[in-house]
Design a protein around this ligand. Structure first.
Ligand code: NAD
Length: 486
């Protein structure tokens, strides 16, 4: 396979090792084998990337939106043309099933680029206001160099979700993908040159969060920071960026409810709850990890749910038919394992999974992988740590509720507020429940159904700001109000 021998930073239109010469290993979590090395960038590399981005900003920010859009479309074409290669790299890097990377991650990366190309073509950023006394015009200009920091769970998908609106709006970018999954972002840097992006418009720096990521946040001339990742990291970013008065958007963790009412289409709710709980091994911020089921159907639903989850095919991510791949790393598997031990200690009953698969049950190639069997646990109160803390793995709790009021109260009993999914035969009931749910996103009879124009993001400890559509384009621009007498 076309795994690069080494991954370097992409700065000012070319590949460069870290100035310090530091490297780190890139590991395939499904096998435990090292696949290549990558640059471990630090503040000096970030400074180089920022300088290149600042130079490129002069022309890029002034370029007509239609020309920027044209380049984003060309990059989307190249992502599509390289779909198989990128999907394979994504699978090797993250442990996710190749089929998922091929059908979701990479196509969505292309559609992110296309979506923001189209959005900026249609965007009318300037506004006009008149009173009897004053005439005002609000002009919006790109904010400068944007720092885009992304996580490992949906690597190219979330990387492009950040850089596409930044580039469309006229910012130049210093992007920092997760050190767990650098490969597709590195490939995209190179593809951007092939698409015709001028040097310095998109820069990609690789390395550890506390060194490379922190240097992006701390750089005094990167005024805009968009981050997707863990809540604790988000808090650290705020501590640095706050006193520097940077504009910050944070998409953070979740502990999302799946709410199933008795009047729901049973089969649709069942397959929806399984997908919401376990897609990408439960490593999606939007995953429904707290399943709440109305009491009248609780036992029937729980039993059917467990049966479906037990039947999920855990295996080699590269093999067709694998539904559950490896977790992202051995370290993450250790965390998931500790979370399940804690659930047991809290009195939870493990209904399926609850352990790593037997090595003999896995294909030989992946016996050294960071696997965890999809796990369902019941018997836990909502206030316990298992139900309050994000596990970010294939671990779901299930519990009953009596009525709409209790469903909403249980769902809202969380310090997170990212996404809820509600299953009911009554749209009016779904809307009434949605009104009372303290979440930034609510799906009714769906999960991960996206219209990229609608605001995306969470409340409480799930973050600040919204991505998507015009919200994102506004985020990367600075308004200036100009007023004169009428
Ligand atoms: P993480 O916070 O460990 O890392 C995310 C990124 O931040 C990585 O690129 C990392 O290198 C960088 N980073 C780490 N420390 C940093 C620091 N001090 N300064 C600057 N950058 C730093 O998160 P992760 O483990 O990669 O991702 C999993 C988390 O992301 C989960 O909590 C998940 O819920 C969240 N997530 C949220 C969304 C959303 O849209 N709300 C989407 C996906 C993932």
């Amino acid at each position: 396979m076309q795994v690069p021998a080494r991954i370097d930073n992409w700065i000012d239109g070319s590949s460069r090792p870290a100035r310090s010469g530091s490297v780190m290993d890139v590991v395939d979590p499904a096998t435990g084998a090292r696949v290549c090395s990558m640059a471990a960038a630090g503040a000096a590399d970030v400074a180089d990337a920022q300088a290149a981005a600042a130079r490129a900003f002069v022309a890029w920010g002034a370029r007509p939106a239609a020309e920027r859009a044209e380049l984003l479309d060309r990059l989307a074409d190249l992502v599509e043309r390289n779909l198989e290669r990128l999907a394979t790299l994504e699978s090797i890097d993250s442990g996710k099933p190749l089929a998922l990377a091929r059908s979701v991650d990479i196509p969505r990366a292309a559609s992110n680029l296309r979506f923001f190309a189209e959005a900026v073509r249609a965007w009318q950023p300037d506004e006009e206001y008149r009173t009897a006394h004053a005439h005002s015009r609000v002009i919006r200009r790109p904010a400068g160099v944007a720092g885009c920091i992304s996580p490992w769970n949906l690597p190219l998908y979330l990387f492009t979700w950040k850089i596409a609106p930044a580039l469309a709006a006229g910012c130049t970018v210093v992007a920092k993908p997760s050190e767990e999954t650098p490969m597709t972002a590195a490939a995209l840097g190179e593809l951007s040159a092939e698409a015709g992006f001028p040097a310095g418009v998109l820069n990609v720096v690789h390395g550890r969060g506390p060194e490379c990521g922190a240097a992006v946040v701390a750089h005094p001339s990167i005024p805009v920071i968009t981050f997707t990742g863990g809540t604790e990291t988000g808090a650290r970013i705020m501590q640095t960026a706050g006193p520097m008065f940077k504009r910050v958007a944070l998409e953070l963790g979740g502990k999302n409810p799946t709410i199933v009412f008795e009047d729901a289409d049973f089969e649709a709710a069942l397959s929806g709850a399984v997908r919401a709980g376990f897609q990408n091994q439960g490593q999606i911020c939007l995953c429904g990890s707290r399943v709440l089921v109305q009491r009248g159907i609780y036992e029937r639903f729980r039993d059917a749910f467990v049966e479906r989850v037990r039947a999920l095919r855990v295996g080699d991510p590269l093999e067709a038919g694998t539904e559950q791949g490896s977790l992202v790393s051995q370290a993450h598997q250790t965390k998931v394992s500790a979370a399940v031990e804690r659930a047991r200690a809290e009195g939870g009953r493990v209904l399926c999974g609850g352990r790593a698969p037997d090595a003999a049950a896995l294909p030989e190639r992946v016996r050294g992988g960071a696997y965890w069997l999809p796990t369902v646990i019941d018997g836990l109160p909502m206030g316990c740590a298992t139900n309050q803390e994000e596990i970010f793995g294939p671990v779901v709790t299930i519990q009953p509720f009596d009525d709409d009021r209790e469903a909403v109260a249980l769902a809202n009993q969380s310090t997170f507020g990212l996404a809820a999914n509600v299953w009911t035969g009554s749209h009016a009931r779904g809307m009434a429940v949605a009104e009372r749910l303290e979440f930034g996103i609510v799906w009714i009879n769906a999960w991960l159904l996206r219209d990229l124009r609608v605001p995306f993001g969470g409340v409480k400890r799930s973050g600040v700001g919204r991505e998507g559509g015009d919200e994102a384009l506004r985020f990367f621009t600075e308004p200036k109000s100009v007023t004169w007498p009428a």
